[in-house]
Write a protein of this length. Structure first.
Length: 83
């Protein structure tokens, strides 16, 4: 369980630093997502790489969160069947 907590903490720190940098005037990831949702006209390969670089920590955080919730659900179901 301690290893899971450390992984979640690392993912959270990465998401809040690298995932949102630079912070001014808006987080870089937000700008890239807007660009993609707007049709991505003019995006070059470097822009897609940049989107992956800034979005990767968020994907990792979501992945770990889903695994953790799934683990808790399985444990609660196992405890419910024992009772």
């Amino acid at each position: 369980m301690k290893a899971d907590n450390n992984r979640i903490r690392l993912a959270l720190i990465l998401s809040l630093t690298l995932g949102l940098a630079p912070f001014v005037p808006e987080p870089h990831l937000v700008g890239k997502i807007r660009w993609v949702l707007g049709g991505a006209s003019g995006m070059q390969p470097m822009d897609y790489f940049d989107l992956l670089l800034h979005g990767g920590p968020w994907v990792y955080l979501i992945f770990l969160s889903v695994l953790r919730v799934n683990s808790h659900l399985k444990k609660s179901q196992a405890n419910a069947t024992k009772a």
